[in-house]
Ligand binder design. Structure first.
Ligand SMILES: *Cc1c(COP(=O)(O)O)cnc(C)c1O
Length: 257
């Protein structure tokens, strides 16, 4: 996740885009959200440029992504493979753009994801890493992509296998395996705080896990943590990427993963 144009949280005021009510609403929400991220960075004594906003656009139409693109956003997070692939196709005229896969990923979708994703945040098993490595290799051979796939390891903070993530005790082995994959680049960690836990304690633990990972893998600098409701806490604990849906897009039509 190298910072592309407009990808940092603090890029100054968002330019007004004339047009639809939806464009006005998204512009207002984006400005408010960037202010919120900047305030959280100030409160934590961190440089706002070190925290990236990743708009999460699942369940919202490609036209919304187009509006956010006009507002300067260049990176987008999606969590469902089929929906994402359709949007990537529809928006193929927008360049540069970087797509992040942030949701749970079945191995049989790895080949498709490898065609469109710049970053996958949800790698939690050696089998999935292998499938992605093979998928990227095939996509490179077919001319669908040049770059390696940046990979964040999703770590489970509650040991609930239903929510995804590798348990902390198996993280080191998974990181070593990703390092051995020619087409993958280990970029950092991702986590979703447990539903019933103290968010503060969960993110504090995550920061410790991240520090240990970085000691062994210095390039694994990214920490993808924080969503609409808890981004301030995540930023206080070292998040470099907040994944925000609701606070930017509004309520999703149906509850999602
Ligand atoms: C949907 C989703 C988000 C965004 O959640 P909000 O609470 O709407 O901001 C973040 N991360 C993941 C993995 C998601 O699936």
């Amino acid at each position: 996740m190298t910072a592309g144009p407009g990808s940092g949280a603090a890029r100054g005021p968002v330019a007004a885009v004339p047009g639809s009510a939806r464009a006005a609403a998204l512009g207002t929400a984006l400005t408010g959200l960037l202010d919120r991220i900047a305030a959280a960075c100030r409160a934590a004594g961190r440089d706002p440029a070190a925290v990236r906003l990743l708009p999460v656009t699942k369940f919202f139409p490609a036209s919304d992504i187009d509006i956010l693109y006009q507002l300067g956003r260049r990176e987008f997070g999606e969590s469902r493979e089929q929906e994402a692939a359709a949007k990537v196709d529809e928006l193929s005229g927008l360049s540069p753009i970087r797509w992040h896969m942030i949701g749970r990923l079945q191995r049989n979708k790895a080949k498709s994801v490898a065609r469109w994703a710049a970053v996958v945040h949800s790698v939690d098993s050696e089998r999935l890493a292998t499938a992605l490595d093979q998928g990227v290799s095939a996509a490179r051979d077919a001319g669908h992509r040049d770059a390696a796939l940046r990979v964040l390891l999703q770590v489970s903070l509650d040991r609930d296998p239903g929510r995804g993530g590798v348990v902390p005790t198996e993280l080191a082995a998974l990181a070593d395996q990703v390092e051995r994959c020619e087409n993958l680049q280990l970029a950092g960690l991702m986590a979703i705080p447990p539903l019933d836990s103290e968010v503060e304690a969960a993110f504090a633990r995550l920061a410790g896990i991240h520090a240990r990972l970085r000691a062994a893998h210095p390039a694994a600098t990214e920490l993808s943590a924080g969503m609409s409701g808890d981004l301030e806490v995540a930023i206080a604990h070292g998040s470099t990427c907040v994944r925000v849906g609701t606070a930017l897009m509004g309520a999703r039509p149906i509850t999602s993963q």
